[in-house]
Write a protein that binds this ligand. Structure first.
Ligand code: NAD
Ligand code: SER
Length: 319
């Protein structure tokens, strides 16, 4: 009788999402089954960690064979703001590495793949408010263009090769556990750190620049829920719209000010303002709710409370 191996490879495990999703997967499936990987070493993952440049197909294939991988969570990417500075690298990492993941899945019978897309897939042909699932996709950034390409690759490999690829269009993700890596929504994490350390916050977006956001716990919940859903209920094979809350820099600032009345903010918009202007303000995620039962737990104020409590705790513990 063949022994079924259910090892899961996380690519980009050191990043903002990976450093929270990887322990969540370890809790769900057991530490032995999870293989964390990234382009650089971080001693956070002591169990199974491999250095992997996911743009190198042969290096990826070697790890897949070594651990007899049956699922991949492919998180490696260059985020929106950083990508604008190096479009070639962004395309290489964001598209070619995902292509490698799909090819290795086809050749080595990998059962399931998770691919994170983004609200950045939308552009001027989509409504900015309550942007619907099947709006036109004409992004104005190289990051958005790479995510549209990834979504189409996901659908192609699903329909042509029956690879069970599942994907979410994440809003900006906010968590206390890890720092973001070069996106346009990064300010919404940084602002909490500045408040806790008693500094003035220089915001690179305008005070009323509203964007869709989600608390890390909800983002992880949605990811695991989608990946554990019955295959028949996953009806969208490009990527699901996902929504939780919408706020502007001024609104998150005011929610923090309830805890830090002396906290101060300066608005100094830079090139990231143009990126933010091209993205939706809010998202219609009714298909995720209908198809696999998505609903978020956190709103702005409940997220702010958890963010501040945990960042205070971390600061106290590291003092
Ligand atoms: P991040 O930048 O924090 O992490 C990405 C990780 O990928 C990093 O640890 C980096 O070292 C690694 N990486 C880069 N190039 C690599 C390569 N060639 N091979 C292997 N690893 C490589 O990003 P994140 O915020 O954790 O995002 C994870 C995924 O979610 C990305 O695909 C991103 O586009 C998507 N996403 C994130 C957000 C967000 O707000 N954080 C929103 C929408 C979508
Ligand atoms: N939060 C991400 C970024 O700002 C969007 O995918 O790049």
């Amino acid at each position: 009788m063949a022994i079924e191996i259910n090892n899961i490879l996380v690519i980009g495990a050191n990043g903002q999402i990976g450093s929270v999703l990887t322990p969540a997967l370890e809790n769900t499936f057991g530490k032995k089954c999870i293989i964390a990987s990234d382009i650089y070493y971080k001693d956070k993952f002591v169990n199974n960690f491999e250095i992997l440049d996911a743009t190198d197909y042969h290096a990826l294939e070697k790890i897949v064979k070594k651990y007899r991988i049956s699922q991949i969570y492919h998180l490696a990417a260059i985020l929106s703001a950083k990508a604008e500075r190096s479009p070639r690298e962004a395309w290489e990492v964001n598209v070619n590495s995902f292509f490698n993941v799909l090819e290795v899945s086809r050749k080595h019978n990998i059962k399931k793949v998770f691919y994170p897309s983004s609200i950045a897939v939308f552009g001027s042909h989509a409504d900015l408010d309550q942007t619907c699932q099947f709006s036109s996709l004409n992004p104005s950034t190289i990051y958005g263009a790479s995510k549209v390409a990834g979504e189409n690759l996901a659908q192609y490999y699903y329909s042509k090769y029956n690879i069970d690829v599942r994907s979410l269009r994440y809003p900006g993700i906010i968590g206390y556990q890890s720092l973001p890596g070069g996106g346009t929504t990064d300010y919404a994490v940084d602002i909490y750190h500045k408040a806790i350390s008693g500094e003035v916050f220089d915001c690179f977006l305008e005070k009323d620049s509203s964007l869709p956001m989600i608390f890390m716990d909800d983002a992880i919940k949605a990811t695991l829920q989608l990946m554990n859903a019955e295959s028949e209920s996953v009806k969208i094979r490009t990527s699901y719209n996902l929504s939780s809350m919408t706020f502007s820099p001024e609104e998150v600032f005011l929610s923090i000010k309830k805890y830090y009345p002396e906290f101060k903010i300066n608005y100094k918009p830079d090139f990231r303002q143009e990126i933010a202007n091209s993205w939706p303000r809010s998202i219609d995620d009714s298909r995720a709710r209908e198809d696999w039962g998505w609903s978020p737990d956190f709103d702005l104020q409940s997220m702010t409370e958890v963010m501040i409590n945990n960042l205070r705790k971390k600061r106290y513990e590291s003092a």
